[in-house]
Design a protein. Structure first.
Ligand SMILES: [Zn+2]
Length: 62
């Protein structure tokens, strides 16, 4: 059984948009790409598991 290296127990992640600095709490395993609510910049792309984050991760939430 392969174990993914990029796993986290956190379900939600606080990220900061690299473009407009908007801080947003997002689901760590989204089924769709995550966009900044302010400027529309892609914050993370869906990868089937833990998202591939483009935005700066501020903190991991429970
Ligand atoms: Zn933004």
């Amino acid at each position: 059984m392969p174990i993914k290296k990029r796993t986290t127990s956190s379900k939600f992640v606080e990220v900061e948009c690299t473009k407009c600095k908007n801080e947003q709490v997002v689901f760590s395993k989204p089924s769709r790409d995550l966009k900044c609510l302010v400027c529309g910049e892609t914050l993370a792309t869906s990868s089937g598991g833990i998202a591939d984050f483009k935005a700066k991760i501020k903190s991991l939430l429970e």
